[in-house]
Design a protein around this ligand. Structure first.
Ligand code: AFP
Length: 326
């Protein structure tokens, strides 16, 4: 991408960068609208009510006022964008139809405020968005045309891919998103790991994998927020996030449509991998809006090792550092 005279690469705003991608104007418009909506979510996070909403979501989880407000902000923006056919939200029980025709339109699945229960202890949270062409939202994640997340941390950053590289933008003092990293790439193997869920509910293979990582000297880095934890693995380029199947929860906790597919699309386009322990996340054919799956996501060699342990292909490392073939 060439820079306009007098501008450095890092003064490129989101709209200009999107226009340089090989995508249609409607998708540029949609992604810019989502970025605009995030500015109102930021305000809600920083000043909004931290109480409960008195309602529950499609998983039966109690909704916070922030969940409902953030969802309303995102939904209103998507409806008025004029380029959306169907909407699915982690905070809504069913698909919301904006328009019946599919020509030139997109469907969006989003988690408006992932990690909302962390806001009251001032930890980072985020918005996660998955975009498909047409009206069908129950497609394999590999069919996404775009995925993005906005991370509300010490700095507000936005990361997107439309299938040609992964790019990071940071919000400046004028609340504009300007390019800060282009074509982010992950190393083959990492040195940090983020283990979700209760360890006393881990299966044997996952426990052995964790011990393997500790034997390697990997550091545990886990905040309880999917967006900051994935962002750390991606931006450091060296790590793995996992939320495995647990005893009593064979599909783990995280949601395929709203969390796993968009993050897997981004991580794969940065050279990483994402698996449910058997197949790539992006090859899962979703059967319902609320479908969950175990996930191992990050450096491709680490994901490969995790799936080997999970499927009994490797045992724990002997003291001298060689695997006991089991
Ligand atoms: P909330 O959105 O209910 O706060 O849950 C956040 C989350 O879905 C995801 O952001 C984290 O990775 C995961 O839960 C953490 O779950 P555990 O607290 O069970 O580790």
């Amino acid at each position: 991408m060439s820079n306009a005279p007098g501008t450095s690469k890092f003064q490129i705003d989101l709209r200009r960068h999107l226009r340089a991608q090989n995508i249609c104007d409607n998708l540029v418009h949609l992604m810019c609208e989502i970025a605009e909506a995030s500015k109102y979510v930021i305000n809600a996070v920083r000043t909004g009510d931290l109480g409960v909403a008195g309602t529950s979501n499609l998983y039966g989880e109690e909704q916070l006022a922030l969940d409902v407000l953030s969802d309303r902000i995102m939904r209103k923006r998507l409806i008025h964008s004029g380029v959306v056919c169907n909407i699915a939200s982690e905070e809504m029980d069913e698909i919301y139809q904006c328009q019946a025709s599919a020509d030139g339109l997109y469907s969006v699945a989003y988690d408006p405020l992932d990690g909302s229960s962390l806001v009251d202890v001032n930890l980072a949270v985020g918005t996660i968005v998955s975009i498909y062409a047409g009206c069908d939202l129950l497609q394999p994640g590999r069919n996404q045309v775009a995925a993005m997340y906005i991370l509300y941390g010490p700095r507000v950053s936005l990361v997107y891919t439309v299938g040609d590289g992964v790019h990071e933008f940071t919000m400046n003092n004028l609340m504009e998103f300007t390019l800060t990293r282009e074509n982010v790439k992950m190393a083959a193997e990492g040195n940090i790991y983020a283990p979700g869920g209760l360890r006393n509910k881990y299966n044997a293979g996952d426990e052995k994998f964790i011990r393997h990582l500790e034997e390697k000297g990997c550091k545990l880095r886990y905040s309880g927020g999917f967006v900051p934890d994935i962002n750390q693995v991606l931006m450091k380029g060296k790590g793995l996030f996992m939320y495995p199947a647990l005893n009593g929860s064979p599909n783990g906790k995280l949601r395929v449509l709203f969390e796993l597919n968009p993050m897997a699309f981004i991580i794969e386009h940065a050279g990483g991998a994402a698996s449910n322990g058997s197949i790539p996340i992006l090859d899962i054919v979703p059967e319902s809006l609320d479908q969950r799956a175990p996930i191992y996501i990050g450096c491709r060699e680490d994901v490969k090792t995790a799936t080997a342990f999970v499927n009994g292909g490797k045992q724990e490392v002997k003291m001298e550092g060689s695997f006991v073939n089991g």
